[in-house]
Design a protein. Structure first.
Length: 117
């Protein structure tokens, strides 16, 4: 647990710097929601969210969900389903600890410490 990965949300860093999330419903990694709110985003507790032309997601795995959703909008739902099948993307996590509410306080604190360095 000493060398935990930095889980900063990459997809929103450039967006917030450009100001395109101001007054926009958005989501991001649970440990970055307060930071993103400082840029004017209206933070939602969703895995992914679409607000107008902007779609944001809350983490790495959810980036796949968002991508499949985006494919369904750009092409169609059947195409997105075919891509999902082609990837053999059928998530079944070995642990139920994908959010702070489901994880021990010790692990949450370690992630927060790692990300705030």
């Amino acid at each position: 647990m000493e060398n935990l990965p930095n889980t900063r949300s990459q997809e929103t860093r450039a967006s917030r710097a450009a100001g395109i999330l101001r007054d926009c419903k958005a989501t991001t990694h649970w440990n970055r929601k307060e930071q993103l709110a400082k840029y004017g985003a209206n933070i939602q507790n969703e895995r992914y969210i679409k607000d107008g032309k902007i779609i944001t997601s809350s983490g790495v795995a959810v980036g796949i969900y968002m991508s499949l959703y985006l494919l369904s909008l750009v092409v169609n739902e059947n195409y997105a389903k075919a891509v999902q099948l082609g990837m053999e993307y059928d998530p079944k996590s070995p642990f139920d600890s994908g959010s702070p509410e489901k994880t021990s306080k010790d692990i949450v604190d370690k992630i927060r410490q790692s990300n705030n360095k």
